[in-house]
Design a binder for this molecule. Sequence first.
Ligand code: TA6
Length: 267
Amino acid sequence: MGAVTMVEYGALPAVRIEGPGGAQATITLFGAHLVSWAGADGQERIFCSKRSALDGSRPIRGGVPVIFPQFAARGTGMRHGFARVSTWRLAGSGGEGGMAFAQFELNENDLAPGVAAAWPNPFSLALRVELLADELRLSLDVTNTGTQAFEFSSALHTYFLTDRMANVGIEGVQAGEMLITDKYDHIHFGVTEPIVLRSGLGALRLEQQGFPDVVVWNPGAADSAALADMEGDEYQHFVCIEPALVEPVALDAGGTWTGRHQIRVAA
Ligand code: TA6
């Protein structure tokens, strides 16, 4: 329990965490991108496209992209920000008391020159990934290490593996259970209840703190066909449920913002 090893995921260096009861997770340094998670029951819970680039040339299609400092095209910077296309550092790992973890960090010195020039604010990001037997905990700290406030948005753009779209039900983002029949792309502002995701793979209970919003996305058949990094009917096999801070907020010099996401295998 608590083993953390370096592995390869495609052509990308990655960290594999082995947690209690056989739980495991894999996170690439490119993007600090969690690409696989299974709890003690061994069921993979995270979708990653078979056609995803896995060489750092493009964002990974699937997993948990870390979105920072911009959500989607809502700003003048890179779509969904630069964190998902930057190479993070493994800053710590370990485990005790039924939990194993790895922590990844990124600051302005890690950015490609063009990226740094476009967003000249000193900052530090820390993504901590904690594995329990039946639970994954993600925690993102954004720290302003400069002398002037900056604005940012963020999300943990989680692609959940499902069996078929027709079997997906989501509780907690709107009144009643939400079903997805084709393309769906919606920001639910101010979600405070836990969310339950049901599919033929079982149920997951999702909770978040710090992130005020939840984005639910599936491209549906037509948009999926237009995505070069998504294969055939893969859109049938995932839904994105993303804890998000969509409207930019100001972070004062020296300040830290924290967003958390817990995903638990439910009965
Ligand atoms: O979070 C939803 C969304 O903004 C959708 O509009 C959809 O385009 C998705 O993210 C994926 O974006 P990407 O840049 O990874 O293709």
